[in-house]
Design a protein around this ligand. Structure first.
Ligand SMILES: [Cu+2]
Length: 275
């Protein structure tokens, strides 16, 4: 239909492309008609010596018609495309997620958060956000301890409903997966959910589609769409590595404990009472 579009790789791509093609060819048709008629009138009624311009005062039938036809056309297109829009954008139409992740945009990179071995994304709030905690994971929520975050490249399974909760750290970004026909602004201070169901395995581009600063052109990530088995294997490895790190942290003294142990001794040394 429209060969220059990136090939579709999600369940909504065929319906989306049909709608896109309809709008595209309707625009081409109307543009051509208007310009052919326009050119005809320009030539037919061009200036000629002796030709007199005449005064013409409206025509109700003509005005009624050229108001009614575009109204029918635009209202019709609105109604026709409404279901596709709801399916893509309405929170009430989000499918039951098979995989649920958080994604944040930050000048100039995309990061993702997976729920970890417990399968639960820990609570988050922007007040907890630091350079080392881009998602604002609540440190008091045990569900957040095993969450896994990564930047620049991440994996997801094909033929699964993926729900992405989207936000931004600094300025507006736009989460754009051309092959999946998904595009959604990522807005600092709010979390917006988008979904897709990928139909093809492979590497896909996640681009930023909002001019967000000098590095905007370079703000992209790689999305690896894998078979369910490959994805589960990848996720298991990530979870094992994360649990091992958590175990190691438990046995080593925490930086906070080291500070707590040394500070009183130090202050006792410096206290005038001990001299
Ligand atoms: Cu951006």
């Amino acid at each position: 239909m429209l060969e220059y579009l990136p090939y579709g790789a999600s369940t909504i791509a065929p319906g989306h492309d049909k709608l896109f093609a309809l709008l595209y060819y309707l625009s081409v048709l109307i543009f051509t008609l208007v310009n052919v008629v326009f050119l005809y009138f320009v030539i037919r009624y061009r200036h000629k010596p002796g030709r007199k311009a005449y005064y013409y005062h409206g025509n109700n039938l003509l005005e009624f018609t050229w108001t009614l036809l575009p109204t029918i056309l635009f209202a019709g297109l609105g109604l026709y495309s409404d279901d596709m829009w709801r399916q893509m954008k309405y929170a009430s139409r989000l499918p039951n997620p098979d995989v649920e992740i958080d994604v944040v945009g930050q000048a100039f990179a995309w990061s993702a958060r997976y729920p970890g071995a417990d399968g639960i994304l820990g609570r988050r709030h922007d007040k907890f956000r630091t350079a080392n905690n881009l998602f604002g994971i609540d440190p008091s929520d045990p569900n957040g301890k095993d969450d896994i975050t990564m930047t620049g490249e991440f994996n997801l399974p094909v033929n699964k409903n993926v729900v992405v909760h989207l936000s931004a750290v600094d300025v507006l970004h736009s989460f754009f997966l051309p092959n999946f026909r998904v595009k959604q602004d990522a807005v600092p201070g709010s979390w917006i959910s988008v979904w897709f169901n990928g139909t093809r395995a492979g590497k896909f581009e996640l681009a930023c589609a909002e001019l967000c600063g000098s590095g905007h052109y370079n703000m992209r990530a790689v999305l690896n769409m894998q078979s369910e088995a490959d994805f589960n294997k990848w996720m298991d490895e990530k979870n094992k590595a994360k649990l091992a790190t958590l175990e190691a942290e438990k046995t080593e003294p925490q930086p906070a404990q080291v500070v707590a142990a040394t500070v009183p001794a130090k202050s006792a040394e410096q206290s005038p009472a001990t001299h």
